[in-house]
Design a protein around this ligand. Structure first.
Ligand SMILES: CC(C)(COP(=O)(O)OP(=O)(O)OC[C@H]1O[C@@H](n2cnc3c(N)ncnc32)[C@H](O)[C@@H]1OP(=O)(O)O)[C@@H](O)C(=O)NCCC(=O)NCCS
Length: 375
């Protein structure tokens, strides 16, 4: 099967195919260029993120790989996000997706990404290295109680296509957990279909929220926590409920979520580790905070008898070799993803001896994929 990268002139055909493929079986799927205007544009750069296979000259299968950057405290992650994987209903079951996913994995490795992320069924992507993992909590609000209302804030719509985003961008600067991109891409993200942006001000204080109205998700928030509270209060007059995935890390919004949450759940998506040492290096700031003194671990990811990747950490410092006297965690590749990223703690996942229970202090690693960065 010949695999190519899509080109600028393929835009219309590709968008039609993706819409057709995702709408098969009577699903009312939105068009991708409306859902993700920041990802799908008629440019060489944008189209070049998509691997395609043609049958008789027409695009039959596609898989996209998008570079994503996320900050979680002092940890900065470069992630390969995979999205828009589909095959024309007339050409399914012929190995199109499989060939493209193999190519996507090669691309991710070739570009040196340590981590891959995607949404979708576990079984479909497990054979390419992705496992359901993650440590976020999903919180749901149904209504705010009178005592949760923030008074005096002035709430207004914000139209990202034509209004200044200066105040929003300034508020984003202070966010500890956030997706990273240039300002124009962020403006496009705010225009993803179903998103609505609201702002609140009180004197010089400012806050904003971005809500996905169709799926009733709080996609992003920033600025003064009391302003966010006022905005939630306003949004809850317009939607019946609101979900939000909150990072495991405590930040200035944590007590707000705790005070208004009515339901709690866990969020998991598919994560793949392509470079174990690379992942550990990215999390050095986390280890610097959490690592217990004079402890060491040796992590080995396996495929049957074969070692795929291995790395060590001693005193919070990642290294290529096994540290002396380290506790060894040897796991198949997918289980290693669970060990690193949860949702369970190491002592739930493994039968750890008491002297290794300290691993629960460090793992799972905090990971968040901000809603507007999903592909
Ligand atoms: C899912 C989809 C991309 C598969 O495309 P395809 O080109 O027919 O896939 P392939 O022929 O390469 O692979 C089918 C193989 O994957 C397996 N597979 C596909 N979906 C699977 C799933 N959910 N669970 C387990 N295995 C799955 C099949 O059993 C088959 O295995 P085989 O190679 O051992 O025979 C296609 O059905 C599609 O476009 N669906 C609608 C859009 C969609 O849901 N995309 C995924 C979004 S996350």
């Amino acid at each position: 099967m010949k695999i190519e990268k899509a080109r600028k002139q393929d835009f219309a055909e590709l968008m039609d195919l993706m819409h057709r493929a995702f709408s098969a079986g009577g699903v009312d799927h939105d068009r991708f260029e409306e859902l993700y205007p920041d990802l799908y544009q008629p440019t060489s750069e944008s189209m070049g993120c998509n691997y395609i296979i043609r049958t008789e000259g027409k695009i039959a299968s596609v898989a996209g790989v998008f570079p994503l950057a996320v900050r979680i405290g002092d940890t900065r992650l470069s992630i390969a996000g995979v999205g828009g994987v589909c095959t024309d209903p007339r050409h399914r079951g012929k190995g199109g997706m499989t060939a493209l996913m193999n190519r996507v994995v090669e691309h991710i490795r070739g570009d040196g990404y340590a981590l891959g992320w995607l949404t979708g069924e576990r079984d479909r992507y497990a054979r390419f290295g992705w496992e359901k993992a993650g440590s976020e909590t999903v919180v749901q609000f149904l209504k705010l109680r009178p005592q949760d209302r923030a008074l005096h804030w002035k709430v207004a719509d914000l139209h990202p296509a034509r209004e200044s985003l200066d105040a929003v961008l300034a508020a984003r600067d202070a966010l500890e957990v956030k997706g990273l991109c240039d300002d124009e891409t962020f403006r496009l993200k705010l225009q993803r279909k179903h998103m609505q942006v609201w702002q609140a001000s009180l004197g010089s204080a400012f806050a904003y929220v971005v809500v996905n109205r169709k799926f009733q998700w709080l996609a992003e928030w920033g600025g003064d926590p009391e302003g966010v509270r006022a905005l939630l209060n306003h949004v809850m007059t317009q939607v019946p409920l609101l979900n939000i995935a909150i990072p495991r890390r405590r930040d200035r919004y944590a007590s707000l979520w705790q005070s208004v949450a009515q339901q709690y759940g866990k969020a998991v998506e598919n994560l793949a580790v392509f470079d174990l040492l690379g992942v550990l290096k990215a999390y050095k700031p986390h280890f610097a905070e959490a690592w217990p003194r004079s402890q060491a671990v040796h992590l080995v990811a396996t495929d049957g008898e074969k070692t795929l990747m291995s790395a060590g950490i001693t005193d919070g410092k990642p290294q290529a070799r096994a540290p002396r006297g380290a506790f060894t965690v040897r796991l198949p590749q997918l289980r290693m993803v669970s060990f690193l990223f949860g949702p369970h703690s190491p002592s739930f996942l493994l039968d750890l001896p008491p002297e290794a229970r300290w691993l629960d202090q460090v793992f799972p690693l905090p990971f968040t994929m901000p809603s507007l960065w999903r592909v």
